[in-house]
Design a protein around this ligand. Structure first.
Ligand SMILES: [Zn+2]
Ligand SMILES: [Zn+2]
Ligand SMILES: [Zn+2]
Length: 263
């Protein structure tokens, strides 16, 4: 069966559309950082997939607590990790509260390299779990690759370049793909992105960057992949949401925190 037909309805909510600093950037007085438009307020990169009654988050951003309160949600059935940069993993401690609600360990998925790096970065999380008070998070690791089963949900891993010699593992569920932190999509990965309804794609900023797509690169790649709609994510304060959206080609928009799509 094709990945696009595996689930009836897939819902995806943007928990964070911002770059590693978040927007506003601390201390910045630019028009975007001081804007009162909530669409210019960008928490760190993450999204929530809701499919077949499961809540699956991509990454544990440093803003996970705020994201869960704001959306809101209190259940995490699984975490899919893209890579171990701080803006994608440092909210791992917030999983404690989700342990309380789940009354058990949270399954976390990633490549062997990602899981090994998580263990090296946060050794206390991976100590044998002693009790049910959850003063430390309790996770259960799953090393995965390709197309895999995540708590009954079919997930396709999409490897992408993130600078030289570094790969992020991004994810597609049904007809929605979340591609954060990338400056290049290998041909093999592009084949896994056919027939998308919604593509979330790194479009960091206007000027070039050596590990992320800038605006022009993201537009080119979005048009090549040809999803019905592409939303740019991992955004800096370069973009005033409403002003910029008017300038983008048809089918491409800036994402914003709280945006929900269904496919
Ligand atoms: Zn990032
Ligand atoms: Zn600013
Ligand atoms: Zn990164």
């Amino acid at each position: 069966m094709k990945i696009e037909d595996m689930h009836q309805v897939v819902k995806c909510t943007v928990l964070g559309s911002g770059t590693s600093s978040g927007v506003p950037f601390i201390g910045c007085t630019c028009l975007v950082c001081t804007s009162t438009n909530p669409k210019n307020n960008r928490l760190r990169s993450s999204c929530l997939f809701q499919v077949d009654g499961k809540n699956i988050v991509v990454d544990t951003s440093p803003d996970l607590r705020q994201q869960a309160l704001r959306t809101p949600f209190k259940i995490i059935d699984a975490v899919l990790y893209t890579h171990v940069h701080a803006d994608h993993v440092h909210g791992i401690d917030e999983l404690r509260i989700f342990n309380v609600h789940k009354k058990g360990a949270i399954p976390v998925y990633g490549t062997k390299e990602t899981i090994d790096h998580l263990i090296a970065k946060f050794p206390y999380v991976f100590l044998p779990h002693q009790d049910s008070t959850y003063f430390i998070p309790h996770v259960e690791t799953h090393v995965v690759t390709g197309l895999f089963d995540c708590e009954g949900v079919k997930v396709q891993m999409i490897p992408c370049h993130h600078g030289k010699n570094y790969i992020t593992m991004n994810y597609r569920i049904g007809n929605i793909a979340w591609l954060t932190d990338t400056n290049g999509i290998p041909e093999e990965s592009k084949k896994l992105l056919k027939g998308l309804k919604y593509l979330f794609l790194d479009g960091l900023r206007i000027t070039p960057h050596n590990t992320h797509f800038n605006l022009q690169e993201a537009i080119k790649v979005a048009q090549e992949i040809g999803a019905e709609k592409t939303y740019l994510i991992h955004l800096t304060h370069d973009y005033d949401h409403d002003e910029f959206n008017k300038t983008l080609p048809a089918g491409i928009e800036l994402a914003y925190d709280g945006l929900t799509v269904e496919a």
